[in-house]
Design a protein around this ligand. Structure first.
Ligand SMILES: [Zn+2]
Length: 258
């Protein structure tokens, strides 16, 4: 059985001492593909080289909303240049997050819009990071007049109605470790109601480890715990759920096989 972790940060310093072993463990567990999203401009090149080194790693490029308070705008030019030269396959993670009070809304939106433009220009899917700003993000997406975005609403935390609004615009809805928490009632309800062919899973490694595992560092091999939780809350067979969500994630890169 194959698994696809749709959101990881294997470039993070937390993995500096044993990155090879972490990816090997993922592959041994059946995690054959993972999207490594970009957060910091200074790590974009590292993500590219990781994608060459590790089979199955899909490189993403993006400026995370949490650094928009201080990051230089010339990094947008750098991003544009790298996109012209290299085969990044997704723009992200990008978005809006009202928890980052030191990143003013206008700065967050400026970076978000500029990066959405690049996703249109290079015809790439988008990995969205959104907290408490789902309506605003939907409004900005609609300003582009693009019907089918293609992409992933990562670590989804909005309402069921908002989930449907993202699906309508061509996004997949992704669940992470919090789905394994029995107290995540709202999230579980959303995971049960939505059509299976629009869902994917992720670890967000090294963040958000599954509840019951004795570790503070998450890793891609643990994505199977999220698949288990998803099958359980939906009361559907594990194999059926696993196969469908693997296909959903693969379809995002259809016609883009390396
Ligand atoms: Zn992330």
């Amino acid at each position: 059985m194959n698994f696809f972790d749709t959101h990881i940060h294997l470039d993070a310093t937390e993995f500096d001492s044993d990155r090879d072993a972490v990816w090997q463990r993922a592959k041994d567990a059946g995690v054959v593909k993972a999207i490594n999203v970009g957060v910091f401009p200074e790590r974009w090149e590292k993500i590219l080289s990781m994608a060459t080194l590790y089979v199955g790693i899909i490189p993403g490029i993006g400026i995370h909303p949490m650094i928009t308070g201080t990051v230089e705008t010339l990094n947008l030019d750098k991003m544009q240049q790298l996109l012209q030269k290299h085969r990044f396959r997704i723009i992200g993670e990008i978005g809006l997050d009202s928890f980052y009070v030191d990143c003013p809304t206008d700065r967050q939106e400026k970076f978000f819009r500029a990066q959405l433009e690049m996703s249109v220009q290079f015809n790439l899917p988008v990995a969205l990071h959104i907290r408490k700003q789902h309506q605003r993000v939907l409004k900005i997406l609609d300003e582009f007049g693009r019907k089918e975005w293609g992409g992933i609403a990562h670590g989804f935390s909005g309402s069921l109605e908002e989930a449907y609004a993202f699906i309508k615009r061509g996004f997949l809805v992704s669940f992470a470790g919090p789905l394994t928490n029995p107290n995540s009632r709202k999230l579980q309800r959303i995971a049960t109601e939505l059509p299976l062919d629009r869902l994917v899973v992720e670890t967000d490694s090294p963040d958000l480890p599954p509840r019951h595992l004795p570790t503070t560092r998450n890793e891609p091999a643990f994505v199977i715990e999220v698949v288990k939780a998803l099958a359980e809350v939906r009361q559907e067979p594990f194999n059926l759920v696993a196969e469908q969500i693997f296909r959903n994630a693969c379809n995002l890169f259809k016609g883009d096989e390396s």
